[in-house]
Design a protein around this ligand. Structure first.
Ligand SMILES: NC(=O)c1ccc[n+]([C@@H]2O[C@H](COP(=O)([O-])OP(=O)(O)OC[C@H]3O[C@@H](n4cnc5c(N)ncnc54)[C@H](O)[C@@H]3O)[C@@H](O)[C@H]2O)c1
Ligand SMILES: [Zn+2]
Length: 360
């Protein structure tokens, strides 16, 4: 029988992610006296007359969503809106939306009165399968992405996979990148399970998505629970992100995050293969059956400048010394992190990647 909830340990407070097949759980929060619902504007547009109609006559704030809005000003606006409603220390914030909603409302919940009750309902694949657990809230500051933030988990998370129906392909396939990453980090059994249902994931097939999300969260839980503050093993979750972040920045953020991470994993696997850490057969198997099927980018997206990518990698705030850091998958399906990736080595792998693209 599949489990209907996952419990998570945190230094701040333990919490649960519940898998639900309707939004009836909102009834309970609707009855809560001192509460506010904060809903992503696009989620509200699609679902106010559907599964969210339960809260239509409740106190609901509709949140404007953009990467630019993920900043302190939006948090200040939320403080004002909550204070206008005489928000007290015992207020419950119920936020409904993707990662941007999670970051803005989570930051507000963690700082108002030094922390109020916060319930989170993720509505994108990325947020359901990845970001909803892990306690991080992040805001952009000036041109620095995710520079400001706190560690603060919601008290409860409710995952309703039907929200994914209204998600645009661009946002859905960004989430697929993180799902793929977590499965590749989950050992041979999880990798083969994903291979068997990759077509269904690409087709957003409901019969598997709840289970795929559950597996993703359980794998993430395994990496972060004993390292909530990201000092050791949790670092491995950066798989695909070393090249991925640099690709995003070298393409002026035109490439969706999860898609950049997917290319980042293909390139990291090349480095691993060149170093003798990943054999040809396993690399090919993963590329053909998982990574390339997850790539949904127009051809022009591959014509990035390798020098610009490496330049962006050099700017990594965690970089120490001349070389670069990289997380890689190995033959034994274990993850390894190195800090001695040479610039020339990174360039050579980027070049090999582009040669492969030309051949396809
Ligand atoms: N806090 C963390 O641990 C963490 C982890 C990873 C990413 N993030 C952040 O998350 C953000 C990306 O989040 P995301 O990919 O979840 O998307 P998002 O919040 O950026 O939303 C993407 C788009 O989808 C819309 N949307 C959301 N749910 C919808 C639905 N069900 N139907 C239709 N439209 C919907 C939104 O309005 C928006 O236009 C980034 O800012 C990233 O930095 C945070
Ligand atoms: Zn990511």
């Amino acid at each position: 029988m599949s489990i209907s909830s996952i419990s998570l340990k945190s230094n701040i407070r333990d919490y649960n992610a519940f898998f639900v097949d309707s939004c009836d759980f909102l009834e309970e929060y609707k009855k809560t006296e001192n509460k506010v619902f904060i809903v992503d504007e696009n989620v509200w547009k699609h679902h106010a007359d559907g599964c969210l109609s339960l809260i239509k006559d409740s106190d609901t704030l509709v949140l404007p969503i953009s990467e630019e809005a993920k900043c302190l000003d939006s948090v200040l606006t939320l403080y004002d809106q909550m204070l206008e409603r005489s928000a007290k220390r015992n207020i419950t914030i119920i936020s409904i939306g993707g990662g941007i909603t999670q970051d803005i409302t989570g930051y507000a919940a963690s700082t108002l009165y030094r922390g109020v009750n916060w319930v989170y309902v993720p509505t994108t694949l990325l947020a359901q399968a990845d970001s909803c657990v892990g306690s991080k809230t992040s805001l952009n500051y000036k041109h620095f992405k995710n520079l400001v933030g706190t560690f603060y988990p919601p008290t409860s998370i409710y995952i309703y996979s039907q929200f994914l129906d209204t998600l645009q392909d661009f946002d859905y396939y960004s989430g697929v990148g993180e799902v793929v990453k977590l499965h590749l980090m989950g050992g041979e059994e999880k990798i083969e399970k994903l291979v068997g249902r990759m077509d269904q994931v690409i087709d957003k097939d409901h019969s598997v998505m709840t289970d795929v999300i559950r597996d993703s969260l359980l794998i993430k839980k395994g990496y972060m629970e004993d390292d909530e503050f990201d000092l050791g093993r949790r670092n491995m979750l950066n798989f695909g992100h070393c090249f991925g972040h640099a690709l995003e920045s070298a393409t002026d953020f035109m490439m969706p995050h999860g898609q950049a991470v997917t290319l980042g994993m293909i390139i990291a696997n090349k480095v691993a293969k060149n170093r003798g850490l990943l054999n040809d057969a396993l690399q090919e198997h993963i590329n053909q059956n998982i990574l390339w099927p997850a790539v949904k980018l127009p051809e022009k997206a591959f014509s990035f400048d390798n020098e610009a990518v490496v330049e962006a990698m050099k700017q990594d705030k965690k970089r120490i010394g001349e070389d670069l850091a990289l997380v890689m998958l190995t033959d034994s399906h274990e993850m390894v992190k190195v800090t001695d990736l040479a610039i020339d080595e990174a360039l050579a792998s980027l070049k090999q990647f582009q040669d492969d693209v030309c051949r396809v």
